[in-house]
Design a protein around this ligand. Structure first.
Ligand SMILES: *Cc1c(COP(=O)(O)O)cnc(C)c1O
Length: 473
């Protein structure tokens, strides 16, 4: 492909993308592809000779598109959203064309300095303490890992990086029973052992019980173990529950634990001062993760990790011994030392495009509008006699179930709601997913897609009622 051909194809693609965005609502939200169906259409070996772009693109449309689940469909209510926006797509395109590796300052000074600046912007937007330094990573999972490794290194005076943990009595870690699976994964990868992660029970709002946290810590200390790290989830994945940060912070301080905050999804709500009460106690926090790639209009991946003591992070991950550092290194950020990977994408660019294209006010309106849609729909569900709201709707995740009067058996209700979800998703009109809260299967409807509006929530709600009530109980 030469430059002229590239120019032609790129123009075609832009038109295709704009058409896709215009027509995305005509696709079934969740792909109806069966296991192995796409695979069977793909040749067993890579082509020996060059193929024309037109042929590749035709296969993309005919073979790949049918197996795509449309995350950018406004009726995508599943999981948590993975927002895109025009600004972010444009920046991603530039990032891809520049093809940078942003490992050190000198591999692209603008990338390092833009990252430093947009992370300051974001910290201010979220109302985070001034002493936080930030770095952009691929995911909140990596953020959890960085946090645990930093805590481990700080507690061993950076000795476990050197000697391993062979002579260390077990450290213990704490999260709520509703914490994200990435916490347990990070505990395993960091070599601390999932058996040493205590899953603290939650209260009726699915928030961590602080009395149970304190008890677990005391028990571990009495057993000769060393409590190391605790995570407060601000917005759990299941029901967007908020752990009580201040109370957890006081305990973290008392027992000298590293306190991590997982606000991967709900962090976006801290743009709104009226929701910052949920993050009260931030002065106790050692590290904080929030994903603009979920609910802040920035293409995956863009996860922001903030840390109180950046040296605990850098000294845990630095790949150069002190004596090899240059004079320049003391004046600049070499972000390769701020996380697990050496190579890094120029993610700051898309965050910069997004923050500038929208501006603070529009970003706040965007978040506010979704919260309002969710609260309006919650009120409608509450007003019926056969739908139940199953968890507090603080932001925009509605956990609900269909509960007709004549059924009270938990197992039967669970089956009924699972079946309802599968039928709804098979309709292609919307996509939602489930979780279990207290043994009850609940449907999660997260209203956070970039282009979702009242029209979409109304159509979805009508369909949910219709399908639920016409399903034989
Ligand atoms: C989505 C989510 C994660 C995981 O995010 P990744 O960036 O995909 O690793 C972690 N914690 C919470 C609370 C989440 O909602």
């Amino acid at each position: 492909m030469n430059h002229d051909e590239f120019r032609r194809h790129a123009h075609q693609l832009v038109d295709w993308i704009a058409d896709y965005q215009t027509n995305v609502e005509n696709y079934p939200v969740k792909s109806i592809s069966q296991p192995g169906e796409i695979l069977a259409t793909l040749p067993a070996s890579a082509p020996v000779n060059s193929e024309a772009f037109a042929d590749i693109f035709a296969d993309f449309e005919n073979k790949i598109m049918p197996g795509i689940t449309h995350w950018q469909h406004p009726a995508f209510f599943a999981y948590y959203p993975a927002n895109t926006s025009h600004a972010s797509i444009l920046a991603e395109t530039l990032m891809s064309a520049l093809g940078l590796q942003c490992m050190s300052w000198q591999t692209s000074p603008a990338a390092a300095e833009l990252e430093e600046r947009v992370m300051q912007w974001l910290a201010e937007l979220l109302g985070l303490p001034k002493h936080f330094a930030g770095v952009i990573q691929d995911s909140a999972s990596s953020g959890a890992l960085c946090s645990i490794v930093s805590a481990r290194e700080r507690a061993t005076n950076f000795g476990s990086n050197l000697n391993g943990l062979y002579h260390q009595k077990p450290f213990t870690l704490y999260c709520s029973s509703e914490a994200h699976s990435s916490i347990e994964k990070a505990a395993k990868i960091a070599g601390l052992g999932s058996a040493n992660l205590r899953k603290i029970p939650v209260d009726e709002n699915y928030a961590m019980r602080v009395d149970a946290l304190q008890e677990a810590i005391e028990k571990d200390i009495a057993a000769g173990l060393t409590p190391l790290w605790v995570v407060a989830a601000l917005g759990t994945t299941g029901s967007t529950a908020f752990d009580p940060l201040r109370a957890i912070g006081e305990i973290a301080k008392k027992y000298d634990l590293w306190l991590h905050v997982d606000a991967a999804y709900a962090g976006a709500a801290f743009l709104l001062p009226e929701f910052r009460y949920l993050a009260d106690g931030m002065e106790y926090v050692d590290s904080f993760v929030f994903n603009p790639h979920k609910w802040l209009l920035t293409n995956f991946d863009c996860s922001t990790y903030f840390v109180r003591d950046k040296n605990a992070l850098i000294d845990s991950f630095a790949i150069l011994p002190e004596y090899l550092k240059t004079r320049e290194d003391s004046q600049v950020n070499n972000y390769r030392d701020w996380g697990p990977t050496l190579g890094r994408r120029f993610r700051a660019l898309k965050l910069w495009f997004v923050l500038r294209t929208y501006g603070q006010e529009n970003l706040r309106k965007f978040i506010q509008s979704h919260i309002k849609l969710a609260h309006d729909l919650t009120a409608k569900m509450r007003a019926t006699s056969d739908f139940e709201i199953m968890a507090p709707v603080t932001l925009n995740n509605i956990c609900f179930r269909y509960h007709p009067h004549n059924i009270n058996d938990q197992e039967i209700l669970n089956q009924l709601n699972f079946k309802l979800m599968e039928e709804l998703n098979a309709s292609g009109k919307l996509y939602l997913t489930h979780t279990k809260l207290n043994g009850n299967l609940v449907l999660r409807m997260v209203i956070g897609q970039t282009n979702v509006s009242e029209k979409h929530t109304e159509i979805a709600w009508a369909l949910i009622q219709h399908m639920a009530r016409s399903t034989p109980g």
